[in-house]
Design a protein around this ligand. Sequence first.
Ligand SMILES: Nc1ncnc2c1ncn2[C@@H]1O[C@H](COP(=O)(O)OP(=O)(O)OP(=O)(O)O)[C@@H](O)[C@H]1O
Ligand SMILES: [Mg+2]
Length: 359
Amino acid sequence: MAVPSTSYALWQETLEYLSRSDGTVLLLGASDTGKTTFARLLLNRWAVMGRTSAFLDADIGQSEVGPPGTIGMAYVTKPLETFAALVPEGLAFVGTTMPMGNLLEIVTGVKRLAERAQGHPQVVDTGGFIQGAGAQRLAVALAVLLQPAHIVGLQRAGELEPILRLLRGAHWEVHTPGVPEEIGRKTPFFRAQRRSLRFAAYFYEATLQTYSFRKVPLLGTWLGCGTPLPAHLLRFVRSTLETETRVFYAETFAGRLCLMTDKVLPPHSPGISVIQRQLRVSGVVMTRAPRLKHLLIGLEEAEGQLLGMGLLEAIDFRRGELGILSPVKVPSAVERIRFGRFRVTPEGKELGLLRGEKI
Ligand SMILES: Nc1ncnc2c1ncn2[C@@H]1O[C@H](COP(=O)(O)OP(=O)(O)OP(=O)(O)O)[C@@H](O)[C@H]1O
Ligand SMILES: [Mg+2]
């Protein structure tokens, strides 16, 4: 987004100091405290000094590098007015637009991309997730893993202190230069609209691709991880639950029976108890198959590099195949398929999070 050029006087001293230092700069702060603007100004200073720097975009909602739901890394060689022209050098899949429940994917993604950009000054931009125990765990994990030389905490009224007090006293320097008054606020509507446009642009040239979940391992779901239930037992399960739900597919995994159904039944419903006893499983996991439509999917190489995102459009249980809409150019390079937890249509309409649902 183009912003009028102003002086950001409050930041000049810190920017000057950081531009002359080496090592990683980690940015923390609530939404709309100017993290991304600060990152751009620092990257621009490095560019003017003739240094190639790396921008690590760990904001999975208001992403600048790569689509929402991913962490992106791009090199910066010349001053930027906006991030629009940056070409991602590497991406990592998180699969939602909110950090909670996905901290592991965020920290591993950021760490891997930071390693990739080793040797360049780096600035790590984060989202505005600062409240609560999860936010504290994420901030500390990022600092401990990245070992930044500097942490810049942007706050208006001490709201970042619960996190900053966990980070002070280490070898990194903590800076709190404040929030210049020219930094404005984005409405929730503007944020949602921006995500939606970025999703739509990303899937604009996607094609429908088929992946066998018997050949390519899946992560983030039980599907394809266990042993398909033999046909006679599947018939038994279907007839037992006949009046309550349709059963599309079943696997046993980790001692439990996992079912793809069109309804989720309460755990103590009579049919479930019968099945549990007869099949001698420790529990029954039910996944509403229709809820998986338009799920964000990460198509990865074995080492974690994201080849591209996809949307789960169909599952052919009989053939063991997933129909995935994706702009990935070489489907044969996909070595792992990671299920996200967020649903969005190819046109960018957000359908929300699979909160608390087993997948
Ligand atoms: N000089 C300026 N004049 C007007 N608006 C500005 C100026 N500089 C920044 N802004 C606006 O201030 C808002 C917040 O800035 P920025 O996006 O950098 O904050 P952020 O902390 O990264 O927010 P988020 O939590 O969404 O990532 C943005 O909408 C940005 O365009
Ligand atoms: Mg930002």
